[in-house]
Write a protein that binds this ligand. Structure first.
Ligand SMILES: *Cc1c(COP(=O)(O)O)cnc(C)c1O
Length: 411
């Protein structure tokens, strides 16, 4: 029996398996590809599992910070040992309730998306007698390859329109309780093409420098975003960016000559790259049927378990492996839910499968259970087992239940 077969036999399916060795390898790889000094935020949105968080928090001099966007994510970060001061709180709709909770628990850095967002942060900070640091999330929305900086953005709930910042800055500077500490840009996600990623970062760095000068706003902190790529639900490895470190150094030397001394302190961020490859989903085959000549393989995992977006009409191009067999046929791979939307693929190559078999979907460490339609159709959440090589670190499952305790849910 292979390791995966053993785990499936022991804990049942559907089963997420995360390997902490792989998390550590990804963290090392990403830090290796970045200049020093550079800070790296892990976006909890990708997967808030506490053991993954702990693995990202540890590491000699190469510890991640936490990028959070809700009080639930904050609670997870704190439980995993992050301090409030390790966190950056992002999102375009921060409420007074969550700002109060975040600041009370020690969060000081906020990525902000509008004048009123900064005012809300300032109001709560003032109430609490503290000073919060606001990064201005900037929506440059420029194509990276062009010459010069086009500040003609597409409309977005995220970030300040760069071209309006000159007129908004006066108002921002008048907000009590905050310092405008720097900028945050996040133009891009999941880019395996190194040249495209580098050119986007160059654009971001040049854009931030130009804006800082135009606004006469020195930056203490500059988060240049992310875009680091790993396959999702299909085989393959993390993208590699062998030229990135040097290209970033060159761009930073041009635009921020004191960056090596930490002025500004540079940061970037990632969710998927740090954990995507650590996860494998094991799903059981519940049934196989033929309808009008087409074979359907029905799994015990569907869009309630993985890739919930497919329920909204976007098919996940999953590929399936088993331990020893090559694909021999093409089938519709579907989940158990009572909706035709519960489909992983309509032409997925699989080995001959029968009820009781276990299949594997690789690279599911990011955007797994918590990004799926966990509650839909009321099945239990998948079991999640964390391993370090052959050692079992934890076995757990998210609960869903209704609470009638108003205090517990009030925000
Ligand atoms: C979602 C998100 C991330 C993580 O994106 P990945 O593609 O998983 O790396 C990082 N930063 C911000 C602001 C995000 O919204």
């Amino acid at each position: 029996m292979s390791r995966y077969e053993k785990l499936a036999a022991e804990y049942g399916t559907p089963l997420y398996v995360y390997d902490l060795d792989e998390v550590a390898a990804a963290r090392e790889q990403l830090f290796d590809q970045l200049p020093e000094p550079f800070e790296l935020f892990y976006a909890l949105k990708a997967n808030p599992h506490p053991d993954l968080l702990k693995a990202l928090r540890s590491g000699d001099g190469r510890r991640c910070r936490a990028e959070i966007s809700s009080t639930g994510e904050l609670a997870n970060a704190l439980a995993a040992g992050f301090a409030g001061s390790d966190c950056m709180y992002t999102g375009p709709g921060k409420t007074f309730g969550e700002l109060r909770e975040a600041m009370s628990l020690g969060v000081r850095m906020f990525s902000t998306d509008s004048v009123t967002d900064v005012q809300h942060v300032g109001q709560v900070a003032t109430e609490l007698g503290i000073t919060a640091e606001c990064l201005l999330r900037v929506n440059l929305a420029t194509a990276s390859a062009g010459s010069g900086i086009r500040m003609t953005g597409t409309p977005s709930q995220f970030g300040f329109d760069a071209e309006r910042l000159p007129e908004e800055l006066g108002e921002l500077r008048r907000v009590d309780g905050v310092t405008i500490a720097g900028m945050h840009l996040f133009p891009l996600s999941n880019t395996a093409d190194e040249d495209a990623l580098i050119s986007e970062f160059q654009n971001t760095i040049a854009g931030a420098a130009a804006l800082s000068e135009l606004l006469d706003l020195p930056l203490r902190y500059l988060d240049i975003g992310g875009g680091f790529s790993v396959p999702y639900g299909v085989p393959g490895g993390r993208a590699s960016y062998p030229k990135l470190r040097q290209e970033l150094e060159i761009a930073l030397d041009v635009h921020f000559p004191n960056w090596r001394a930490g002025s500004p302190q540079l940061a970037c961020e990632s969710g998927r790259y740090l954990i995507g490859a650590s996860g494998t989903l094991l799903a059981g085959v519940s049934n196989v049927k033929v309808s009008r000549g087409k074979k359907f393989v029905i799994l015990d995992a569907g869009i309630n378990t993985f890739g919930g977006m497919s329920g909204l009409g976007r098919l996940m191009p999953v590929q399936v492996g088993t331990d020893d067999e090559e694909p021999t046929e093409t089938v519709s791979l579907v989940g158990p839910l009572c909706t035709p939307g519960d489909t992983f693929g309509r032409a997925v190559k699989v080995p001959g499968l029968a009820p009781g078999d276990v299949i594997r979907i690789p690279n599911v460490g990011a955007y797994g259970p918590t990004a799926s339609l966990l509650m839909f159709l009321g099945r239990p959440s998948p079991t999640e087992v964390v391993v370090r090589g052959d050692e079992i670190v934890s076995v757990s499952r998210l609960d869903h239940s209704r609470s009638y305790d108003y205090q517990a849910v009030a925000r």
